[in-house]
Design a protein around this ligand. Structure first.
Ligand code: IPM
Ligand code: MG
Length: 357
């Protein structure tokens, strides 16, 4: 039987994850899919309980599982903690330990939410892009230093990539593009960064195995601009860790209008545990009010079914139930508009579960 570890985390994490679990259980019943869920602690929640943000038992259970469903971590009460005792460290450590090097962040506007996106509607018509972010190397994981030099203080974070780290994520991105519009845009800063020049070399060599996929290179500053003026040109965007962090937020904000609705999948090599979760953060000021948008979490459950459990039909069922609920005019507070009906977090979970085809 497939095993899924549920890590609700902090802030709005528990309430949105609860709805994703509700939908997963409805899918399990309706489609007869066999899996078992186990909830465990991570982030600030784990710090309070056990003194560390990633308890060894959480990590061990995740390692043995088929998939992890993660809410979000962090909050103001832990912001002055030293790095190892910050909730975010748990997230980075879990990514590293599970070796989930390919982070997929789809950004496809929802037809019924088009008016909420800041870009003009005609620019959004054909947009269906997916950003692949390298997740376990680069500046997040390179050497870090903080030193006092007499009266002044110096800090550094080093961006490091080895060719195999680039190659494995490149293969995932090429394979993904091959199943879509067959276009891969590699985003970098090759006019100045050595790591980017290594990325280009590896990408050109991997391209040989995917002759039908068009490969183009784009500087990250240009990509930030192109996402705003011509987002329809992209199919799959592949980029290193920190550029991906930034561009994925930009793409979400511009193309979808709310960071609350988008899911993500963090994949490792074939057969290893993958992590799924919304791309939004903990938004502490919204927590425990039953107002947060659970769509990012619910759609992450769909990605979990698709990528970790290979249940494409069930994944599509969730996506279509979300679509139908939006078309029926229901909105969470941040997406409210005249003529729409306000629904809270738990009502959203009930409706999506109820609208499963
Ligand atoms: C994300 C988040 C994390 C990241 C933070 C919380 C460390 O912003 O998943 O995009 O930068 O990777
Ligand atoms: Mg981010």
């Amino acid at each position: 039987m497939k095993k899924i570890i549920v890590l609700p985390g902090d802030g709005i994490g528990p309430e949105v994850t609860r709805e994703a679990v509700k939908v997963l259980l409805a899918v399990k019943k309706k489609y007869g899919i066999d899996f078992e869920l186990q909830e465990m602690a991570i982030g600030g929640q784990a710090l309070e309980k056990t003194g560390v943000p990633l308890p060894p038992e959480t990590l061990e259970s995740c390692r043995k599982a088929d998939a992890v469903l993660l809410g979000c971590v962090g909050g103001p009460q832990w912001e002055s903690n030293p790095m190892p005792l910050r909730p975010e460290s748990a997230l980075l450590e879990l990514r590293k330990q599970l070796d989930v090097f390919a982070n997929l962040r789809p950004a496809k506007p929802f037809p019924s939410l088009l008016h909420k996106a800041p870009l003009k509607q005609e620019l959004l018509k054909d947009v269906d892009l997916i950003l692949v972010r390298e997740l376990t190397a680069g500046i997040y994981f390179g050497p870090k230093e903080r030193r006092q030099f007499g009266a002044s203080e110096k800090a550094s974070d080093v961006m490091v990539y080895t060719d195999f780290e680039i190659e494995r994520v490149a293969r995932k991105a090429f394979a993904l593009a091959q199943k879509r519009k067959k276009k891969l845009t590699c985003v970098d800063k090759a006019n100045y960064l050595e790591t980017s020049r290594l990325w280009r070399k590896v990408l050109r060599s991997v391209k040989g195995s995917y002759p039908d996929v068009e490969l183009e290179f784009m500087y990250v500053d240009d990509c930030a601009l192109q996402l705003a003026i011509n987002p329809g040109q992209f199919d799959v965007i592949l980029t290193e860790n920190i550029f991906g962090d930034i561009l994925s937020n930009e793409a979400t904000a511009l193309l979808v209008g709310s960071v609350g609705v988008l899911p993500s999948a963090s994949l490792s090599s074939e057969g290893k545990t993958a992590i799924f979760g919304p791309i939004h953060g903990p938004v502490p000021e919204l927590a425990k009010q039953n107002k947060a948008n659970p769509l990012g979490a619910i759609l992450s459950a769909a990605l979990l079914l698709r990528y970790a459990l290979e249940q494409e039909e069930a994944a599509r069922a969730i996506e279509s139930a979300v679509q139908v609920t939006l078309e029926n005019g229901y909105r969470t507070s941040e997406l409210m508009a005249p003529g729409m009906k306000l629904a809270n977090t738990s009502q959203w979970g009930d409706m999506v579960a109820g609208n499963l085809p």
